[in-house]
Design a protein around this ligand. Structure first.
Ligand SMILES: *Cc1c(COP(=O)(O)O)cnc(C)c1O
Length: 377
Protein backbone atom coordinates (compact mmCIF):
# COMPACT_ATOMS: atom_id res chain seq x y z
CA UNK A 1 0.00 0.00 0.00
CA UNK A 2 1.70 3.15 -1.24
CA UNK A 3 0.59 6.40 0.37
CA UNK A 4 1.36 9.47 -1.76
CA UNK A 5 2.16 12.83 -0.21
CA UNK A 6 -0.64 14.62 -2.03
CA UNK A 7 -3.65 13.72 -4.18
CA UNK A 8 -5.50 16.63 -5.77
CA UNK A 9 -9.14 16.53 -4.63
CA UNK A 10 -11.99 17.01 -7.10
CA UNK A 11 -15.47 18.01 -5.91
CA UNK A 12 -17.06 16.43 -9.00
CA UNK A 13 -18.42 19.58 -10.68
CA UNK A 14 -15.17 20.81 -12.25
CA UNK A 15 -15.70 19.33 -15.72
CA UNK A 16 -19.38 20.28 -15.72
CA UNK A 17 -18.52 23.94 -15.13
CA UNK A 18 -15.72 23.82 -17.70
CA UNK A 19 -18.24 22.50 -20.25
CA UNK A 20 -20.61 25.31 -19.28
CA UNK A 21 -17.88 27.90 -19.90
CA UNK A 22 -17.05 26.31 -23.25
CA UNK A 23 -20.61 26.16 -24.48
CA UNK A 24 -21.15 29.72 -23.33
CA UNK A 25 -18.25 30.65 -25.65
CA UNK A 26 -16.54 32.50 -22.83
CA UNK A 27 -12.96 31.30 -22.74
CA UNK A 28 -10.86 34.41 -22.12
CA UNK A 29 -10.62 35.86 -18.62
CA UNK A 30 -13.07 37.90 -16.53
CA UNK A 31 -16.20 36.05 -17.70
CA UNK A 32 -19.10 34.78 -15.56
CA UNK A 33 -17.08 32.19 -13.61
CA UNK A 34 -14.36 34.69 -12.75
CA UNK A 35 -17.10 37.04 -11.49
CA UNK A 36 -18.52 34.29 -9.26
CA UNK A 37 -15.05 33.64 -7.85
CA UNK A 38 -14.49 37.38 -7.27
CA UNK A 39 -17.79 37.63 -5.37
CA UNK A 40 -16.84 34.60 -3.30
CA UNK A 41 -13.49 36.17 -2.41
CA UNK A 42 -15.10 39.42 -1.30
CA UNK A 43 -17.89 37.74 0.66
CA UNK A 44 -15.68 35.20 2.38
CA UNK A 45 -12.72 37.39 3.22
CA UNK A 46 -14.21 40.84 3.73
CA UNK A 47 -11.57 42.27 1.38
CA UNK A 48 -12.57 45.33 -0.69
CA UNK A 49 -11.53 43.58 -3.88
CA UNK A 50 -10.54 40.04 -4.84
CA UNK A 51 -8.95 39.52 -8.25
CA UNK A 52 -8.12 36.11 -9.71
CA UNK A 53 -4.60 35.70 -11.05
CA UNK A 54 -2.94 32.79 -12.81
CA UNK A 55 -0.88 32.02 -9.70
CA UNK A 56 0.03 33.30 -6.26
CA UNK A 57 3.40 34.18 -7.79
CA UNK A 58 1.57 36.49 -10.22
CA UNK A 59 -0.39 38.06 -7.34
CA UNK A 60 2.88 38.76 -5.50
CA UNK A 61 4.32 40.31 -8.67
CA UNK A 62 1.24 42.54 -8.89
CA UNK A 63 1.79 43.56 -5.28
CA UNK A 64 5.37 44.60 -6.06
CA UNK A 65 4.15 46.69 -9.03
CA UNK A 66 1.37 48.26 -6.94
CA UNK A 67 3.84 49.30 -4.24
CA UNK A 68 6.18 50.83 -6.88
CA UNK A 69 9.11 48.75 -5.69
CA UNK A 70 12.29 49.99 -7.37
CA UNK A 71 16.06 49.51 -7.22
CA UNK A 72 17.36 49.06 -3.70
CA UNK A 73 14.00 49.08 -1.91
CA UNK A 74 14.04 46.63 0.99
CA UNK A 75 11.34 44.07 1.70
CA UNK A 76 11.31 42.31 5.06
CA UNK A 77 10.32 38.64 4.92
CA UNK A 78 11.13 35.26 6.43
CA UNK A 79 13.87 33.19 4.81
CA UNK A 80 11.75 30.12 5.50
CA UNK A 81 9.35 30.52 2.57
CA UNK A 82 8.79 29.68 -1.09
CA UNK A 83 10.99 31.44 -3.66
CA UNK A 84 8.11 33.48 -5.10
CA UNK A 85 7.83 35.55 -1.92
CA UNK A 86 11.27 36.99 -2.70
CA UNK A 87 11.36 36.69 -6.51
CA UNK A 88 8.33 38.92 -7.05
CA UNK A 89 10.10 41.87 -5.39
CA UNK A 90 13.56 41.11 -6.80
CA UNK A 91 12.05 41.35 -10.30
CA UNK A 92 11.39 45.05 -9.56
CA UNK A 93 14.86 45.65 -8.13
CA UNK A 94 13.89 45.05 -4.50
CA UNK A 95 16.21 43.50 -1.91
CA UNK A 96 14.75 40.80 0.35
CA UNK A 97 15.80 41.26 3.98
CA UNK A 98 15.50 37.94 5.77
CA UNK A 99 14.37 37.80 9.41
CA UNK A 100 14.25 34.72 11.64
CA UNK A 101 11.06 32.77 12.40
CA UNK A 102 9.31 31.93 15.66
CA UNK A 103 9.99 28.58 17.35
CA UNK A 104 6.31 27.72 17.64
CA UNK A 105 4.74 28.54 14.24
CA UNK A 106 7.78 28.96 11.93
CA UNK A 107 6.23 32.32 10.98
CA UNK A 108 8.28 35.52 10.84
CA UNK A 109 9.26 36.54 14.39
CA UNK A 110 7.46 39.85 14.83
CA UNK A 111 9.84 40.86 17.64
CA UNK A 112 12.75 40.95 15.18
CA UNK A 113 11.13 43.01 12.44
CA UNK A 114 11.75 46.51 13.79
CA UNK A 115 15.53 45.94 13.96
CA UNK A 116 15.52 45.13 10.24
CA UNK A 117 13.86 48.40 9.17
CA UNK A 118 15.99 51.04 7.40
CA UNK A 119 15.07 54.16 5.41
CA UNK A 120 14.89 51.92 2.32
CA UNK A 121 12.27 49.55 3.78
CA UNK A 122 9.10 49.54 1.68
CA UNK A 123 7.14 46.55 2.92
CA UNK A 124 6.85 43.62 5.32
CA UNK A 125 5.74 40.30 3.84
CA UNK A 126 4.43 37.94 6.52
CA UNK A 127 4.01 34.38 5.24
CA UNK A 128 1.29 32.38 7.02
CA UNK A 129 3.07 29.03 7.15
CA UNK A 130 0.77 25.99 7.04
CA UNK A 131 -2.24 28.32 7.14
CA UNK A 132 -1.41 29.41 10.70
CA UNK A 133 -1.48 33.19 11.04
CA UNK A 134 1.48 35.43 11.78
CA UNK A 135 1.11 37.82 14.73
CA UNK A 136 -0.66 40.38 12.53
CA UNK A 137 -1.64 42.99 15.16
CA UNK A 138 2.00 43.56 16.07
CA UNK A 139 3.10 43.53 12.42
CA UNK A 140 0.44 46.10 11.45
CA UNK A 141 1.47 48.36 14.35
CA UNK A 142 5.12 48.26 13.27
CA UNK A 143 4.15 48.98 9.65
CA UNK A 144 1.98 51.93 10.67
CA UNK A 145 4.67 53.36 12.92
CA UNK A 146 7.16 53.34 10.03
CA UNK A 147 4.78 54.13 7.17
CA UNK A 148 5.46 50.90 5.28
CA UNK A 149 3.10 48.46 3.57
CA UNK A 150 2.12 44.91 4.58
CA UNK A 151 1.67 42.23 1.90
CA UNK A 152 0.41 38.93 3.31
CA UNK A 153 1.68 35.87 1.49
CA UNK A 154 -1.42 33.84 2.33
CA UNK A 155 -0.71 31.27 -0.40
CA UNK A 156 -1.44 28.53 2.15
CA UNK A 157 -4.07 30.51 4.06
CA UNK A 158 -7.38 30.19 2.18
CA UNK A 159 -10.21 29.70 4.76
CA UNK A 160 -7.90 30.35 7.73
CA UNK A 161 -8.40 33.22 10.18
CA UNK A 162 -6.60 35.46 12.66
CA UNK A 163 -8.80 36.92 15.43
CA UNK A 164 -11.77 36.18 13.19
CA UNK A 165 -10.33 37.93 10.12
CA UNK A 166 -9.56 35.98 6.93
CA UNK A 167 -5.85 35.62 6.20
CA UNK A 168 -4.96 37.77 3.21
CA UNK A 169 -7.54 40.41 4.13
CA UNK A 170 -5.54 42.02 6.94
CA UNK A 171 -2.54 43.76 5.31
CA UNK A 172 -2.72 46.36 2.51
CA UNK A 173 -2.58 43.45 0.07
CA UNK A 174 -2.87 39.67 0.38
CA UNK A 175 -2.22 36.77 -1.97
CA UNK A 176 -3.74 33.28 -2.31
CA UNK A 177 -2.59 30.21 -4.23
CA UNK A 178 -4.87 27.65 -5.89
CA UNK A 179 -1.96 25.47 -7.02
CA UNK A 180 -2.80 21.76 -7.01
CA UNK A 181 -0.81 21.26 -3.80
CA UNK A 182 -2.95 23.73 -1.84
CA UNK A 183 -6.36 23.17 -0.17
CA UNK A 184 -8.62 24.72 -2.82
CA UNK A 185 -7.23 24.26 -6.31
CA UNK A 186 -7.42 25.03 -10.01
CA UNK A 187 -4.17 23.39 -11.16
CA UNK A 188 -2.30 26.66 -11.35
CA UNK A 189 -4.14 29.67 -9.96
CA UNK A 190 -4.17 32.42 -7.40
CA UNK A 191 -5.75 35.66 -6.26
CA UNK A 192 -4.79 39.13 -5.11
CA UNK A 193 -6.83 40.63 -2.28
CA UNK A 194 -6.75 44.42 -2.46
CA UNK A 195 -7.66 45.51 1.05
CA UNK A 196 -6.62 49.15 0.63
CA UNK A 197 -9.43 50.67 -1.53
CA UNK A 198 -7.02 53.30 -2.89
CA UNK A 199 -5.15 50.55 -4.75
CA UNK A 200 -8.13 48.90 -6.48
CA UNK A 201 -8.16 50.93 -9.70
CA UNK A 202 -4.42 50.48 -10.30
CA UNK A 203 -4.66 46.78 -9.43
CA UNK A 204 -7.25 46.28 -12.18
CA UNK A 205 -5.06 48.20 -14.65
CA UNK A 206 -1.85 46.31 -13.82
CA UNK A 207 -3.71 42.99 -14.15
CA UNK A 208 -5.08 43.91 -17.59
CA UNK A 209 -1.79 44.59 -19.40
CA UNK A 210 -1.56 48.10 -17.98
CA UNK A 211 -4.83 49.20 -19.58
CA UNK A 212 -8.14 50.51 -18.17
CA UNK A 213 -10.01 47.67 -19.89
CA UNK A 214 -11.98 46.83 -16.72
CA UNK A 215 -13.35 50.39 -16.55
CA UNK A 216 -14.20 50.25 -20.27
CA UNK A 217 -16.29 47.09 -19.77
CA UNK A 218 -18.11 48.74 -16.86
CA UNK A 219 -18.92 51.67 -19.19
CA UNK A 220 -16.88 54.13 -17.14
CA UNK A 221 -14.64 55.20 -20.07
CA UNK A 222 -15.43 55.14 -23.82
CA UNK A 223 -12.16 53.47 -24.94
CA UNK A 224 -9.36 51.67 -23.20
CA UNK A 225 -5.72 52.67 -23.46
CA UNK A 226 -2.31 51.99 -22.01
CA UNK A 227 -2.21 53.61 -18.55
CA UNK A 228 0.88 52.20 -16.84
CA UNK A 229 3.28 49.27 -16.58
CA UNK A 230 1.34 46.05 -16.32
CA UNK A 231 1.11 42.54 -17.62
CA UNK A 232 -1.40 39.75 -18.19
CA UNK A 233 -2.08 38.38 -14.74
CA UNK A 234 -5.59 36.96 -15.17
CA UNK A 235 -6.56 33.31 -15.67
CA UNK A 236 -8.86 32.14 -18.47
CA UNK A 237 -12.46 31.11 -17.80
CA UNK A 238 -11.69 27.37 -17.93
CA UNK A 239 -9.47 27.80 -14.90
CA UNK A 240 -12.06 29.98 -13.16
CA UNK A 241 -14.77 27.39 -13.92
CA UNK A 242 -12.67 24.66 -12.30
CA UNK A 243 -11.95 26.91 -9.33
CA UNK A 244 -15.63 27.76 -8.86
CA UNK A 245 -16.40 24.06 -8.35
CA UNK A 246 -13.83 24.10 -5.55
CA UNK A 247 -14.75 27.42 -3.90
CA UNK A 248 -18.37 26.22 -3.60
CA UNK A 249 -17.02 23.40 -1.44
CA UNK A 250 -14.29 25.33 0.38
CA UNK A 251 -16.07 24.91 3.69
CA UNK A 252 -16.49 21.13 3.49
CA UNK A 253 -12.95 20.71 2.10
CA UNK A 254 -11.53 22.62 5.07
CA UNK A 255 -13.62 20.68 7.60
CA UNK A 256 -12.55 17.33 6.14
CA UNK A 257 -8.88 18.36 6.14
CA UNK A 258 -9.16 19.55 9.74
CA UNK A 259 -10.58 16.15 10.74
CA UNK A 260 -7.51 14.41 9.27
CA UNK A 261 -5.18 16.97 10.86
CA UNK A 262 -6.70 16.35 14.31
CA UNK A 263 -6.38 12.58 13.89
CA UNK A 264 -2.65 13.01 13.22
CA UNK A 265 -2.41 15.32 16.20
CA UNK A 266 -3.98 12.74 18.53
CA UNK A 267 -2.02 9.80 17.10
CA UNK A 268 1.31 11.64 17.42
CA UNK A 269 0.85 12.86 21.00
CA UNK A 270 2.72 9.87 22.52
CA UNK A 271 5.72 10.43 20.21
CA UNK A 272 5.85 14.04 21.33
CA UNK A 273 5.52 13.00 24.97
CA UNK A 274 8.54 10.74 24.52
CA UNK A 275 10.57 13.75 23.39
CA UNK A 276 11.33 12.47 19.89
CA UNK A 277 9.25 14.96 17.91
CA UNK A 278 7.42 18.24 18.31
CA UNK A 279 3.92 18.62 16.88
CA UNK A 280 2.60 21.87 15.29
CA UNK A 281 1.63 24.67 17.68
CA UNK A 282 -1.53 26.67 16.94
CA UNK A 283 -1.70 29.97 18.89
CA UNK A 284 -5.06 30.90 20.42
CA UNK A 285 -5.81 33.71 17.96
CA UNK A 286 -5.44 31.41 14.95
CA UNK A 287 -8.09 29.30 13.23
CA UNK A 288 -5.99 27.32 10.79
CA UNK A 289 -7.14 25.45 7.67
CA UNK A 290 -5.22 22.17 8.01
CA UNK A 291 -3.13 23.01 4.98
CA UNK A 292 -0.28 20.91 6.33
CA UNK A 293 0.62 18.43 9.03
CA UNK A 294 4.29 18.58 9.91
CA UNK A 295 6.52 17.38 12.72
CA UNK A 296 9.89 18.61 13.95
CA UNK A 297 12.37 15.86 14.78
CA UNK A 298 14.25 16.21 18.06
CA UNK A 299 17.82 17.49 17.50
CA UNK A 300 20.19 14.63 16.70
CA UNK A 301 17.71 12.43 14.81
CA UNK A 302 18.92 11.95 11.23
CA UNK A 303 16.14 13.25 8.97
CA UNK A 304 17.61 11.66 5.83
CA UNK A 305 17.52 8.25 7.46
CA UNK A 306 13.92 8.74 8.67
CA UNK A 307 12.74 9.89 5.23
CA UNK A 308 14.52 6.96 3.54
CA UNK A 309 13.01 4.44 5.92
CA UNK A 310 9.43 5.62 5.55
CA UNK A 311 9.87 5.84 1.78
CA UNK A 312 11.02 2.22 1.70
CA UNK A 313 7.71 1.33 3.38
CA UNK A 314 5.78 3.19 0.67
CA UNK A 315 4.93 6.32 2.64
CA UNK A 316 5.75 9.65 1.01
CA UNK A 317 6.88 12.07 3.71
CA UNK A 318 8.83 15.12 2.55
CA UNK A 319 10.94 17.95 3.90
CA UNK A 320 10.17 21.56 3.02
CA UNK A 321 11.94 24.83 2.23
CA UNK A 322 15.67 25.24 1.84
CA UNK A 323 15.93 28.64 3.57
CA UNK A 324 16.28 31.38 0.95
CA UNK A 325 19.24 33.09 2.67
CA UNK A 326 21.31 29.94 2.16
CA UNK A 327 20.31 29.45 -1.50
CA UNK A 328 22.58 30.69 -4.33
CA UNK A 329 20.14 33.42 -5.46
CA UNK A 330 19.19 34.41 -1.93
CA UNK A 331 22.82 34.95 -0.99
CA UNK A 332 23.41 37.09 -4.07
CA UNK A 333 20.17 39.09 -4.07
CA UNK A 334 19.12 39.37 -0.44
CA UNK A 335 20.54 40.21 2.93
CA UNK A 336 20.10 38.81 6.41
CA UNK A 337 19.03 40.77 9.48
CA UNK A 338 20.28 39.24 12.74
CA UNK A 339 20.73 35.56 13.39
CA UNK A 340 18.61 33.02 11.50
CA UNK A 341 19.30 30.17 13.90
CA UNK A 342 15.67 29.10 14.36
CA UNK A 343 15.19 29.06 10.58
CA UNK A 344 18.32 26.98 10.09
CA UNK A 345 17.59 24.48 12.84
CA UNK A 346 13.85 24.03 12.15
CA UNK A 347 14.29 23.78 8.36
CA UNK A 348 16.61 20.81 8.87
CA UNK A 349 14.30 18.99 11.26
CA UNK A 350 10.90 19.42 9.61
CA UNK A 351 8.96 16.61 7.94
CA UNK A 352 5.57 16.99 6.24
CA UNK A 353 3.15 14.07 6.33
CA UNK A 354 0.66 12.98 3.63
CA UNK A 355 -2.65 14.83 4.01
CA UNK A 356 -5.30 14.70 1.29
CA UNK A 357 -9.05 14.22 1.09
CA UNK A 358 -9.96 10.59 0.67
CA UNK A 359 -7.22 9.37 2.99
CA UNK A 360 -8.61 6.60 5.19
CA UNK A 361 -8.14 6.14 8.92
CA UNK A 362 -6.07 3.01 8.15
CA UNK A 363 -3.79 4.91 5.80
CA UNK A 364 -3.34 7.66 8.35
CA UNK A 365 -2.63 5.17 11.13
CA UNK A 366 -0.07 3.48 8.88
CA UNK A 367 1.77 6.75 8.28
CA UNK A 368 1.91 7.28 12.03
CA UNK A 369 3.10 3.74 12.71
CA UNK A 370 5.83 3.71 10.06
CA UNK A 371 7.00 7.19 10.95
CA UNK A 372 7.00 6.28 14.65
CA UNK A 373 9.11 3.17 13.97
CA UNK A 374 11.63 5.15 11.95
CA UNK A 375 11.89 7.91 14.56
CA UNK A 376 12.29 5.49 17.50
CA UNK A 377 15.04 3.50 15.77
C1 LIG B 1 2.54 27.84 -3.00
C2 LIG B 1 3.18 29.08 -2.49
C3 LIG B 1 3.49 30.17 -3.33
C4 LIG B 1 3.35 30.11 -4.83
O1 LIG B 1 2.06 29.83 -5.27
P1 LIG B 1 1.82 29.59 -6.83
O2 LIG B 1 0.32 29.68 -6.94
O3 LIG B 1 2.35 28.24 -7.16
O4 LIG B 1 2.49 30.68 -7.58
C5 LIG B 1 4.00 31.32 -2.77
N1 LIG B 1 4.22 31.42 -1.44
C6 LIG B 1 3.97 30.39 -0.60
C7 LIG B 1 4.22 30.57 0.85
C8 LIG B 1 3.45 29.19 -1.10
O5 LIG B 1 3.21 28.17 -0.27
Amino acid sequence: MNIPFNKPYMTGKELYFIAEAKFGNMLAGDGPFTKRCHNWLQQNTGSSKGLLTHSCTAALEMAALLLDISDGDEIIMPSYTFVSTANAFVLRGGVPVFVDVRHDTLNIDERLIEAAITERTKAIVPVHYAGVACEMDTILQIAQRHGIAVVEDAAQGVMARYKGRALGSIGNLGTYSFHETKNVISGEGGALLVNDPDLILRAEIIREKGTDRSRFFRGEVDKYTWQEVGSSFLPGELTAAFLWAQLEEADSITKARLALWHRYHEHLAPLEASGLIRRPVIPNDCEHNAHMYYILLAPGIDRCRVLDEVKREGVACVFHYIPLHSSPAGRRLGRVSGSLEVTDSHAERLIRLPLWLGMTEQELARVVEILGNAVRR
